[in-house]
Ligand binder design. Structure first.
Ligand SMILES: Cc1cc2nc3c(=O)[nH]c(=O)nc-3n(C[C@H](O)[C@H](O)[C@H](O)COP(=O)(O)OP(=O)(O)OC[C@H]3O[C@@H](n4cnc5c(N)ncnc54)[C@H](O)[C@@H]3O)c2cc1C
Length: 375
């Protein structure tokens, strides 16, 4: 009998095990399946905390609804009746001391029509004129390995990128636009530029692709995202799930691998799937040949802070679901979700719950000392 060990019981390890078990059952294979999780709970960066009237997501809060494989997977897990969708609403950018709406007809702040560009409150008249060069300039040099920031600036102008696109896009991809490639972010923008001669025209022609049903872009569950973790765990009836068992080292023997556990025990296996964060995988493998590849992977850190209030969320200043801080914003946070508005299930009686996102490596507490008297 062969053994397969999955190290890490986050959503990657859990879904790997789910599909392995399905294959083993379908083909009546004789395979021992073991899942090792260092924590006492499964889920990794997915964890719903119930606190008084609030349901708080410690990590991820939702799943992108338009992903093709998600609906069949939820059906298979019999979770369809648990699904909730985000409330639709306007998002804002905090700039010049106020909240300004991100145009609705835009993809990550990139206008999908001329009207969208014309109506933007975030960009000056000159910035809009600069963006029109997208319609009459040709792409002669950019390939998918170039920076998305430089590409967008070249055709849509600096102001539109800095004030409207960059706050949204760099938040979504957790990085500076000039350090992210077109290939890793929005490769179709280059295709549109080449095919239609204009990014905006390409987006206009392909608008349908980006529209979700009723504009419901994200989904979660009535009882929070941990529902998914719990349901997959319930279904893993063939898998030996060992919680609170941390892996210290992975070595090789003639037949396969030897896993050394933190509790001093060892485990022999034919196959291993590593689904830990990459820094841990690098340490566990301790293979110098792989270091160069591992070292090329970059983590970004973020602090998220929830604030729950004993007031109704109808007291929020605008009718929307949150905002992103623009480059010139002096707010402490980089973004804020009006969680009880966006996700009705997170708050009983619509009591106000907000979530602040703070890029941990960019700002430190010292950066906030000047704010103490003002906020
Ligand atoms: C604040 C935040 C918000 C996010 N929001 C979203 C969102 O809304 N939507 C979205 O799609 N994605 C979101 N993400 C990303 C998403 O949460 C992650 O990509 C995903 O959960 C990662 O799952 P994973 O299983 O690969 O890794 P992890 O969740 O990190 O799981 C790794 C597991 O390995 C275990 N482990 C580590 N070392 C060992 C060891 N030595 N031995 C045994 N076990 C070990 C850990 O305990 C952990 O359980 C967010 C991430 C964060 C941090």
């Amino acid at each position: 009998m062969k053994t397969v060990v999955v190290v890490g019981g986050g959503i990657t390890g859990l879904s790997t095990m789910y599909h392995l078990q399905k294959t083993v059952k379908a083909r009546s294979l004789s395979v021992r399946l073991i899942l090792l999780e260092g924590n006492e709970e499964l889920g990794g960066k997915i964890r719903t905390v119930h606190d008084g009237p609030f349901k708080i997501e410690a990590g991820a809060d939702s799943i992108v609804a338009r992903k093709q494989n998600i609906q069949p997977f939820l059906k298979e897990l019999n979770l369809e009746d648990q699904v909730v969708y985000n409330a639709t609403g306007k998002s804002f950018i905090h700039t010049d001391g106020m909240l300004k709406g991100i145009p609705e007809d835009a993809l990550f702040g990139i206008p999908m029509s001329l009207e969208s560009l014309a109506k933007s409150d975030l960009v000056s008249a000159q910035g809009k004129v600069d963006a029109l060069k997208d319609f009459y300039t040709k792409n002669e040099t950019f390939t998918k390995n170039d920076s998305i920031g430089l590409f967008l600036e070249s055709f849509l102008g600096k102001e539109l990128v800095q004030k409207q696109i960059s706050p949204v896009l760099s938040g979504v991809y957790s990085g500076k636009l000039n350090e992210l490639t077109i290939a890793k972010t929005l490769p179709e923008m280059l295709d549109y530029k080449n095919q239609y001669g204009s990014i905006i025209r390409g987006l206009s022609e392909n608008k349908q692709k980006y529209k979700s049903k009723g504009n419901k872009k994200f989904l979660s569950f009535k009882n929070g995202l941990s529902t998914l973790v719990e349901r997959i765990e319930e279904r893993l009836d063939m898998v030996e799930i060992l919680k609170g068992v941390s892996v210290d080292k992975i070595g090789r023997n003639d037949e396969g691998y030897i896993i050394s556990l933190a509790n001093g025990e060892t485990l022999e296996t034919d196959f291993i799937v590593l689904s830990t964060p990459h820094t841990i995988a690098q340490k566990l493998l301790g293979d110098r040949e792989l270091d160069e590849d591992f070292d090329g992977l970059i983590n970004s850190s973020m602090i998220s802070v929830y604030l729950g209030f004993d007031i109704p969320d109808s007291m929020l200043p605008k009718d929307g679901t949150g905002f992103i801080a623009g480059d010139n914003s002096d707010l402490i946070c980089n973004a804020c979700t009006w969680t009880s508005r966006k996700w009705e299930h997170t708050s009983e009686n619509s009591q106000l719950l907000v979530r602040l996102f703070i890029k941990a490596l960019v700002r430190t507490m010292n950066d906030y000392s000047h704010l103490q008297t003002r906020n």
